[in-house]
Write a protein of this length. Structure first.
Length: 88
């Protein structure tokens, strides 16, 4: 959620569609409600404790998130180029 929010809101692009985002967001919200003790122990707990899945706009972007987002975009773009090259 952090990485895809960063890609969408900070880098101005997306590699997943809105339907997938909504599905993952609902799953995360449901998991946090079902397992609050576990959710309280995970990294970024504070960022997600009031997360309702409606938006990722206010999720934090630290250096790990920013670097992971850039790396994921590079992989995605490379795969897209490989596919285009294969299809000729």
């Amino acid at each position: 959620m952090l990485i895809h929010s960063n890609i969408y809101y900070k880098l101005g692009t997306s590699i997943i569609d809105d339907h997938r985002w909504d599905k993952w967001a609902r799953e995360l919200v449901d998991l946090q409600k079902a397992y609050p003790a576990i959710a309280a122990k995970v990294p970024y707990h504070e960022a997600f404790k009031d997360f309702d899945g409606s938006t990722g706009y206010n999720l934090p972007v630290d250096s790990w998130v920013a670097n992971a987002a850039i790396n994921l975009l590079r992989i995605h773009d490379g795969l897209q180029k490989d596919i285009e090259d294969m299809l000729g």
